[in-house]
Ligand binder design. Sequence first.
Ligand SMILES: [Zn+2]
Ligand SMILES: [Zn+2]
Length: 226
Amino acid sequence: MGRWSEDLFGGDTDLDEASYISEDAGIELYMYEIDPEYPDERAKGLEATRAHLNSGVLDKLFVKYAAAKATAYSFVSKELRLVFLGAAALAMRVGATISPDQMALLRVTYTKIDVAPKYSLPFGDTGFRAPAKKQFETALRLYKNDGSPYNFNAVRCEADGCGKSQHDMPEGQTLMKCGKCKLEHYCSRECQAASWPDHKKCCKTPEKREAEEKRRWGNGPMMMNV
Ligand SMILES: [Zn+2]
Ligand SMILES: [Zn+2]
């Protein structure tokens, strides 16, 4: 069990949920990568998966996981809520149709998921990490629900309430990087300015980050448990 990022699907627990949901759905929903380098395979995989979910399978999953939410065991309930959202996130990845009622349910449900602290033991790692929560929030807001897949891995504007990806930018404009840390992206000066009061608390130059890493780990191999 482990975690390599704080994003959605960035840990073993998330992948376990993804394969559990895939089994329920009768189709592989995550391990199949949407790889732009293989456009033929991608088109086939995407369309087949979307059609399968849209044929009533996703509706059944929603009913099943929404009902399981009411279980008396809180630890089960918490996990199932994540599963439930996992199903939605997996459906968004292929552009499946999520009904207005289901979207409304998701908007309420995701706020009830625990947000794990920065570091948590693997067996307690069943909630959201803060970045994953933000990812899901953004997805709920930006999901087009018109058959186009939602890319959870896309680089997005970090400003709260924005989340634009390069794909959403007007012709000829690109996302900009924070000039100091070169990590965070913004779609506009306005978004950067709005984020700065928060971002400045963790914004460091690459040199400073590297020096801190060295101090922390020496020059030995890097270990990660984020
Ligand atoms: Zn920065
Ligand atoms: Zn923005």
